[in-house]
Design a protein around this ligand. Structure first.
Ligand code: 0A1
Ligand code: ZN
Length: 854
């Protein structure tokens, strides 16, 4: 049984009081920070009962408490401070508290903590209660004024600067906000600055604050921010609303970044970039995350969530917006493919196991455990479907109405859907099932050609998930196109709207039986089960006009071939190799797209596919089959591969542009395959000549993949030993490419090296996260992978429960595997659960994963 209480959406009640204003004073000290809070409160007129006042607080040492200036003695327990109803005035009153906290000892990185000598905060979801007594819930919005007293040179908080002097600074945020958006930073920081003028002429000072020495690695983040600000004006009509926008990079951070009003705090790995230190993927992620946090200013901050069950209201929409932005900045087709790869590898995996939950869950124990791929990624897909269903114009009108109607609100999914209903007149009650029911629908399709009529028949199955045995048919937008056998498109993309369990769609007037291109652009987050002949897949890979489905045809074929290799010991299919070769050498195609077509499905993805076929995946066989496939492809591509590599290996000066990144991606994909033929000779010289981190890491990975590169590893460490973000790549690569039988001992050796800072979340993930992602290593039949991950989760948990709980999702697929592996995984989960003092965060995750049974 969990020691923490389950919270239910159905129990929502507005808070007893309104908080008209908050004045905070911080006297910073590593071990004894004083926080003075003055809250102006009044009873909430929406609550008819006269209730007591209950404030959240954890780990606070109360120094004093007064009500309208009179000292009082409230009731205090480990989680709250309560003042009885009869002690409270009928009208407005002022409550003042002073508490002491110790940021230096805060290893959980929630609330106020220290990272490399600087003070910083993380308050989402429930971190503010570790700073002071407060109604720490998103529907309590208030105006915050902050005074910081400290000898640190840079003192920052939300809103606009309101004054500063030696040892102090004051900040005033004019926009009411919930406590989870509060932020404070104090440290010896340097700014990379720029100016922005909004569409209506408001000048804004932009600053990216970093440690001294890192200023020259901020240009790309700043450029991304400026492009994001302009894009939000142009595409969504949303302007920035303060005089300053500050971003701070910190090295110890549990997540990617945080959208605190006017003061975004970032994991430094998503800010700092230079060609020498950042890969093209890093650049793309920085652009996306900078945009994501900025977009939250409207979809998150100006309109926030009524309660944490509505998390997808801000996250799904903001992810959708950052995907749109990245698609506009880069190749939209390539971005879409990458987003779907991520969706399948993280969200479909989650939806298919014991941790499956609806986009809007109905209960939770620890809210930090619900910052998931389902809430974020599926939440974004749901919005994409809504846009497809209502059309671009109605989507735009609905968003304008949403911003008009709900600016300043703490809103719900019902509010969100209502604006679409009001704008379009549609009834969205069936569509709402996407928010309330978990699980990935499986869509079967058959076709029929008779008397000049082509019929597509779809059947949807909505599998049961934990706590939801019964499911209902979903509204599924299915975008399709039809091609003639000669490759011409006879029906360009149209959208079919499926609402029933089984539904047929007819197409008349066709001269010949067409080849269908189904679920174009991946128009719905479903598993498409279509038994298509390999020739049809190859045909679509060659001819489909929809870039997503063109790629998807190759991907589906690769998965089928791999499944046959694993399950039937089939050889690598020549059809597949011919089809990939044609794409690889097709100069008319975008290099980034060709690189994607060369990328084989990941091992976990193959395991997911085999599991979906009702078979038990064998990680060792999957690993061997995938390697065999790559080896055969390397031979099949022949001399053309070396020519391709040489053509791409130009001397153009570095640019992080997506065009150049695409060429580098194709070059590195070619290098990886060539290494299989020359045992890393070319990769070794590529490493020596590398002019960017993309090339350096690409060459190193190619070497490690063929059991070479020990010398290069030493060179790399000597060159980058002092750069933590770069060294994380070095650690992760060694674990990722370790032989499956040894992966856990490689991870052990690295993480146990004296001086290895495993308390830093990035560093911990670089090794333990990489072990969990090494499919054949983590699931090795020795059980060593399971044991090492469990050992280190247990080590991290007492210090940082949130990160331990997140990394524990490594185990979420355990019910997929054979009895011997299940027994070993279960034993590790049970060992964790039996550990005294396990955090509530990790306990909830382990209990949910164990509940999967057998
Ligand atoms: N809201 C942030 C992510 C975030 C969530 C939770 C955190 O701590 C529990 C920290 C950051 C975003 O979507 O970027
Ligand atoms: Zn977000």
């Amino acid at each position: 049984m969990s020691k923490q209480k389950t919270v239910y959406l159905a129990d929502y009640l507005p808070y007893s009081h309104l908080v008209d204003s908050v004045d905070l004073t911080f006297r910073l000290h590593p071990t004894a920070t004083r926080v003075l809070a003055r809250l102006r409160l009044r009873p909430n007129p929406d609550r008819k009962d006269r209730d007591h006042l209950r404030l959240d607080g954890e780990g606070l040492r109360l120094i004093s408490c007064t009500l309208d200036g009179q000292p009082i003695t409230p009731t205090i327990d480990p989680r709250s401070l309560t003042i009885a109803a009869h002690e409270l005035p009928h009208g407005p009153f002022t409550l003042e508290t002073e508490v002491e906290i110790a940021p230096e000892g805060n290893t959980a990185l929630e609330g106020l903590y220290m990272s490399n000598g600087m003070y910083c905060t993380q308050c989402e979801a429930e971190g503010f209660r570790k700073i002071t007594w407060y109604p720490d819930r998103p529907d309590v919005m208030s105006r915050f004024k902050v005074r910081i007293e400290s000898d640190m040179p840079v003192l920052l908080s939300n809103g606009n600067p309101a004054g500063q002097g030696p040892g102090w600074a004051e900040w005033d945020d004019p926009w009411p906000k919930p406590a989870y958006l509060f932020a404070l930073v104090a440290g010896d920081l340097r700014a990379h600055s720029a100016k922005f003028v909004t569409a209506s002429g408001r000048p804004v000072d932009l600053n990216i604050w970093v440690r001294p020495g890192d200023e020259d690695r901020c240009a790309y983040a700043m450029d991304s921010l400026i492009r994001a600000m302009r894009w939000d004006e142009q595409v969504y009509g949303r302007e920035y609303d303060l005089d300053v926008f500050n971003i701070v990079a910190v090295d110890d951070f549990n997540m990617g970044a945080m959208e605190n009003k006017g003061l975004n705090i970032f994991n430094s790995r998503y800010v700092l970039a230079s060609p020498e230190t950042a890969t093209d993927d890093d650049y793309a992620r920085i652009e996306a995350i900078i945009a994501h946090e900025y977009f939250h200013n409207w979809t998150g901050n100006r309109i926030t969530c009524r309660d944490w069950f509505q998390l997808c209201l801000k996250e799904g929409l903001t992810v959708f917006r950052d995907h749109q932005f990245s698609g506009d900045m880069r190749s939209a087709a390539v971005r879409r493919i990458e987003d779907v790869v991520t969706l399948r590898s993280r969200q479909f995996r989650e939806d298919d196991g014991p941790l499956a939950h609806p986009v809007r869950p109905e209960s939770f124990v620890e809210i930090n455990n619900f910052y998931t791929a389902t809430v974020y990624e599926k939440g974004a897909e749901v919005i994409g479907m809504l846009k497809s269903l209502v059309g671009d114009q109605a989507y735009k009108r609905a968003l304008d109405l949403y911003f008009d109607r709900h600016d300043g609100d703490a809103a719900t999914i019902e509010d969100w859907l209502k604006v679409f209903e009001d704008v379009t007149g549609r009834d969205l009650s069936q569509f709402k099932l996407w928010y309330t029911e978990a699980g990935t629908p499986r869509l079967k399709v058959t076709d029929d050609w008779k008397d000049g009529v082509y019929t597509l028949t779809f059947t949807q199955a909505n599998p049961p998930t934990p706590g939801q045995p019964e499911k209902h048919p979903k509204v599924i937008p299915i975008k399709i196109g039809l091609l003639n056998p000669n490759g011409d498109e006879v029906v360009p993309t149209i959208m079919l709207e499926m609402t029933r369990t089984r539904q047929s769609f007819r197409f008349d007037g066709l001269a010949a039986k067409p080849v269908p291109s189904i679920l174009r652009g991946f128009s719905a987050p479903v598993v498409l089960e279509r038994k298509a002949p390999a020739e049809e897949r190859a045909f679509l890979l060659a001819h489909d006009t929809d870039p997503f489905n063109k790629w998807e045809a190759g991907r589906a074929l690769a998965k089928e071939v791999l499944a046959d290799m694993v399950l039937k010991a089939a050889p690598v299919s020549a059809n597949w190799m011919d089809a990939v070769a044609a794409v690889t050498f097709d100069e008319t195609l975008d290099p980034a797209f060709r690189a994607l077509c060369l990328r084989l499905p990941g091992e976990d993805d193959i395991a997911q596919t085999i599991h979906g076929m009702g078979r038990i995946p064998d990680p060792a066989k999957i690993h061997a089959a995938r390697r065999e496939m790559a080896g055969a492809l390397a031979i099949r591509l022949g001399d053309g591969l070396s020519r391709l590599y040489k053509d791409l290996d130009d001397n153009a000066p570095f640019s992080p542009s997506s065009a150049q990144a695409g060429r580098r991606a194709l070059k590195i994909a070619a290098l990886g395959l060539l290494s299989r033929r020359d045992r890393g000779k070319l990769a070794s010289s590529a490493f020596a000549r590398a002019r960017s981190m993309t090339e350096e890491i690409g060459a190193l990975a190619a070497l490690l993949d063929v059991q070479q590169g020990q010398g290069e590893l030493v060179t790399f460490a000597a060159r980058w030993g002092r750069d933590a973000n770069v060294m994380d790549k070095w650690y992760a690569l060694q674990v990722a490419y370790a032989d499956p039988a040894e992966a856990h001992s490689v991870a052990e050796r690295l993480i146990s090296t004296p001086g290895f800072d495993w308390k830093n979340p990035n560093r911990f993930r670089a090794v333990i996260g990489a072990l969990a992602a090494n499919h054949a290593g983590f699931h090795h039949r020795s059980g060593g992978g399971y044991r090492t991950v469990a050992d280190w989760l247990l080590k991290l948990d007492p210090l940082n429960p949130q990160t331990a709980a997140r990394v524990s999702t490594a185990f979420e697929t355990w019910p997929r595997y054979d009895a011997a592996r299940r027994k070993r995984a279960r034993a590790e989960l049970e060992r964790m659960l039996a550990t005294p003092g396990l955090s509530g965060d990790l306990q909830e995750m382990v209990e949910r994963m164990l509940a999967a049974g057998n």
